[in-house]
Structure formats: structure tokens, C-alpha cells
Ligand binder design. Structure first.
Ligand code: SF4
Length: 95
């Protein structure tokens, strides 16, 4: 089987504390730190595309509230249903 790279293998958050990205919805300091990590991430757009309707946490440099606005204004789509098992979460390790 060929060794195919997945986009999340290149995620900047792979080695970060997962709590940072979930606290980003609620608290200013974690939000700044998570956004800084996301802004430098080479797979940011793929992450945002895949997690645009996840109703918690920061993905692609946007909080849930920001993703709702992005989905409605940029994508022109109403926000979808909740997704219980987003791809990126299982790939983040807690320190
Ligand atoms: S949450 Fe998404 S954009 Fe942010 S660092 Fe992780 S993979 Fe990159």
C-alpha cells in the first residue's frame, strides 16, 4: 500500500495541547495563541473546509461563531448539522 500523506499529518496543532483549541471559543488568551498557531499552518484551508460546521473549538483559525459567519457569508451555505467526530481531534495529542 502506498504511503499517502494526509493533510492533518502537516497540521501545526499536532504537537499542541488540544485544550487550547477548545478553550479558544471562550477565553481570549487561548484564542490568541490558537489563532497564532493556525495562521502559520500550511493546511489551514483544508482544515477549515473540513470543520466548518463543527460547533465548538477553533479550526482553520476561526472559532465556531466565526465559522458560522464564514459559512453563511463566504460559502453562501447555511450552517450544517453537528458533527460528532471531526477528523482533526483524534490527531491532536494532549501534553
Ligand atoms: S486547527 Fe487546523 S488550521 Fe489550526 S493548526 Fe490545526 S490543522 Fe492547522
Amino acid at each position: 500500500m502506498p504511503n499517502r500523506e494526509r493533510w492533518w499529518d502537516r497540521a501545526n496543532c499536532k504537537e499542541e495541547d488540544v485544550e487550547l483549541f477548545f478553550e479558544a471559543d471562550l477565553l481570549a488568551a487561548p484564542r490568541r495563541e490558537a489563532r497564532r498557531i493556525c495562521e502559520a499552518c500550511s493546511v489551514r484551508q483544508a482544515c477549515l473546509d473540513e470543520h466548518v460546521d463543527i460547533p465548538f473549538g477553533m479550526y482553520g483559525g476561526l472559532t465556531w461563531t466565526e465559522r458560522r459567519v464564514y459559512s453563511e457569508t463566504v460559502l453562501g451555505k447555511p450552517v450544517g448539522k453537528w458533527t460528532l467526530f471531526p477528523t482533526g481531534i483524534s490527531n491532536r495529542r494532549k501534553k
